[in-house]
Design a binder for this molecule. Sequence first.
Ligand code: UD1
Ligand code: MG
Length: 456
Amino acid sequence: MSNIFAVILAAGQGTRMKSKLYKVLHPVCGKPMVQHVVDHIQTLDVNRIVTVVGHGAEKVQQQLGDKSEYVLQAEQLGTAHAVQQAEGILGNEEGTTIVVCGDTPLIRPETMQALFEHHQAKNAKATILTAIAENPTGYGRILRGENGQVEQIVEQKDASVEQQLVKEINTGTYCFDNKLLFETLKLVKNDNAQGEYYLPDVIEILQKQGDIVEAYVTDDFEETLGVNDRVALAQAEALMRARINEKHMRNGVTIIHPETTYISADAVIGSDTVIQPGCMIEGATVIGEDCNIGPNAQIADSRIGDRTTVHSSVVRESAIAEDTAIGPFAHIRPLSDIGSHVKIGNFVEVKKSKLGNDTKVSHLSYIGDAEIGSNVNIGCGSITVNYDGKNKFKTIIEDDVFVGCNTNLVAPVKVGKGSFIAAGSTITKEVPEDALAIARARQENKPNYVSKLNSK
Ligand code: UD1
Ligand code: MG
């Protein structure tokens, strides 16, 4: 099979976004648009991916890392000029080059593949991915000759009133014969409304030269949405969200109310898990099978084991094993590692702590910088006092400990295996294994004191 290369255009500022963030870095379902594009391209059998960067070059490179090679377009003189920057890398290669815009995150790999196959089958020198738009405003229009042959693409700003009526649009994705592309780019001029070198002009030049120019029409306009402003960003978000939710439902996940369920593009969810309304599942979260998530749970970059429930709670950058119950109203902060058959109940905050299997923290506690063994019971209102205003200290609680209600564990401190802490204690010293620790003022009762006081 012949070589395939990809050029991704990502150098624009994105003026219409009115944003400090560069356009292609705006997230759609939690993932920057340009990352979606690169991830899609990567599923095709491409030899090299070259991303054209300019505005925010460093940030774009940081985002994509070694998934792509980069060329700099120091001045944004148009999409043709952008592609030209890749000549140093691709100019001498034989093969087909797919050009994709960094602001079209919804174009499916299957559609790109179909475009490529059409291009091959027709022996074309250039093939445009087009779509029929109900409202084509803003897109380049495809002008066809009498025999239906693609002749030219005219940009919105250059189109006559009549041309503006054309509903077939340029999606900004193309296949080109690689060498011919770079030769033809040299012929593109900038005598148009925006004074830019337009990549679509390559089509007209090739057509006039007598080269085979084709269009592959996808029947799904929505996937070709180009995100130029925040209105389109919200549309892309909604479309991507629906697509992701549908994928999970087809894989055996129950989503009670897809309209209020927000799942990141990279999340993995096991079958027979039920997602209740109002959930956000973000980043690279992995959720097991038979879990019950929500209502109203936010889980980011975490691993949740099989049969675990997370009810009305926030979980970030943490691991929770199987058969565990979180919430309602718990907050699991980063770097927590929670075992199986654990219960973390309402108004419990856990931060950077390890909890062993069968441990229970059922109500109103703060557990920070702690290492807690298995089968430990932390009574209501107990707190690890981990911070002295300058530094953080560790609390270690070994297996089978019972911590009575309203205990302060002043770290650094260790509580030995099988020990028991009386309710209301403030523990400042190590508790030995198997000991009972009581650290509170003794109760004193003054008989009849109140009536005496009242009779004065
Ligand atoms: C472009 C197409 C239009 C098509 C639409 C599809 C041109 C001239 N127009 O318009 O026909 O219907 O996409 O969404 O190509 N970029 C650079 N360097 C530049 C200019 C742009 O890298 O000098 C990048 C941008 O970052 C963006 C992409 O190219 O990712 C497209 O540019 P944009 O300004 O969004 O073009 P559109 O007006 O959407
Ligand atoms: Mg655009």
